[in-house]
Write a protein that binds this ligand. Structure first.
Ligand code: B12
Length: 343
């Protein structure tokens, strides 16, 4: 009979996870050191990272918890519509965290029910994670963290992580077999458009395009990095796309539910013309980092991309945006007209 830890791992694999490991709660202590290091190197991120200390002090909130089950699932298996590549980060296009239609989402619930059926108390946080997921996965030895901070398995970095706290002391640790980054390789660092990734394992979340196009970047006319944001509308994949360890690691064999259909409504021009109800009711639930009250951000981001990759056909759209119902969009359109010298 396999041990309980082996049974859990094998159930995870049967439910579509690529890897599964189990670590002790105390293994999260090292994350605190990494957080301190990050804040020391980039002090301005302190206010944003303060809340993450809870990830290594799980006992304070979950006094019953004894171990962490950490699972990895591949998303580099889905077809990505060509016209959205380089515009919307792939993770967000196939994000299953809140998408009930996706098999990944359903499997995540099935796995949780399995843990409960075998008599364990199990708890997760599906949106932002119940703990520091990369650190947990690193400690479980189910892959490695590369210089771009991403967690890699044999499938490259096109994997996402999920963790459950359980109330039993168990351990299942592997020894990763994938090679470290070549010493001389710094392609990810060199390619980061805003130099947010400034040294190995060090990035500034506030200048990361992924952050600027979602949680931040609310004043694009005065944003320091608006030119460097290039063609990105929502998220950014540059430091992963350029990584040699990701070469040939995206194997598109499956369709993500409703992605093809939705993608036909997305282009820079369509977003600028999109009514706010559609943005709130259809776009926002899928791309939930931008809140309903902030969906105007899609339009300012689209104008920013139009400026960075200007084509004659955008002119009319930009002019029309000067009459948008939201002041932020009108300001951005006026700013674009000035930058592009369209007057
Ligand atoms: C906050 C957050 C963000 C913020 C800030 C990013 C950040 N790196 O802090 C923002 C909004 C910018 C963001 C963006 C994205 N995110 Co995010 N994010 C998170 C979150 C919630 C916490 C990350 C965190 O703890 N940061 C603090 C720093 C200190 O920790 P860390 O980033 O994990 O870095 C680790 C390594 O650097 C390592 N380390 C440090 N030094 C050293 C030295 C050595 C030698 C080694 C081996 C390791 C090592 O230790 C650190 C601690 O684990 C996690 C989910 C979670 N709960 O863990 C997802 C997570 C990291 N995000 C994820 C993704 C996919 C993204 C995006 C790619 C989406 C996109 N395409 O736009 C972008 C990428 C941005 C980028 N270039 O990094 C995935 C990553 C999957 C993977 N394969 O690694 C995660 C794990 C979510 C998930 N469920 O899978 N994210």
């Amino acid at each position: 009979m396999n041990s309980l830890a082996e049974q859990i791992k094998s159930a995870a694999l049967n439910m579509g996870y690529e890897k599964c490991g189990i670590i002790k709660l105390s293994d999260m202590a090292g994350y605190e050191d990494k957080l301190n290091e990050r804040i020391e190197r980039i002090p301005e991120v302190k206010p944003y990272y303060e809340g993450f200390y809870r990830f290594s002090h799980l006992q304070d909130t979950y006094s019953w918890a004894k171990s962490i089950v950490i699972c990895v699932r591949q998303y580099g298996k889905y077809n990505i519509p060509d016209h959205l590549k380089g515009m919307i980060a792939k993770y967000y296009l196939v994000d299953s965290r809140t998408d009930e239609h996706s098999k990944d989402f359903q499997d995540s619930f099935k796995f949780e029910s399995y843990l409960q059926e075998i008599g364990l108390k199990a708890e997760t946080e599906r949106k932002f994670g119940i703990t520091a997921l990369r650190w947990a996965a690193l400690k479980a030895g189910i892959g490695i963290v590369r210089k771009n901070n991403f967690f890699y398995t044999e499938s490259g970095s096109w994997v996402y992580l999920e963790a459950w706290l359980i109330d039993k002391e168990l351990e299942y640790i592997e020894i990763p077999t994938i090679k470290e980054c070549p010493k001389s390789c710094n392609l990810c660092i060199k390619s980061c458009p805003t130099s947010s990734l400034s040294e190995p394992y060090t990035m500034n979340r506030s200048s990361c395009i992924s952050c600027l196009t979602t949680f931040e970047g609310r004043d694009l006319p005065h944003e320091k990095y608006n030119a460097q944001m290039g063609g990105w509308l929502y998220g950014c994949d540059v430091c992963q796309d350029v990584c040699p360890m990701n070469k040939n690691r995206w194997n598109a064999t499956e369709e993500f539910p409703h992605l093809d259909e939705l993608s036909q409504h997305i282009s820079l021009e369509k977003i600028l013309k999109m009514d706010y109800e559609y943005l709130e009711q259809v776009i926002q639930p899928k791309f939930w980092y931008v809140k309903k009250s902030d969906v105007w951000k899609w339009k300012t981001n689209a104008i920013n991309v139009m400026v960075n990759e200007y084509k004659q056909q955008y002119k009319e759209c930009i002019y029309d945006a000067c009459n948008d119902e939201h002041v932020k969009v009108r300001e951005m359109a006026e700013c674009a007209i000035k930058i592009l010298g369209l007057v």
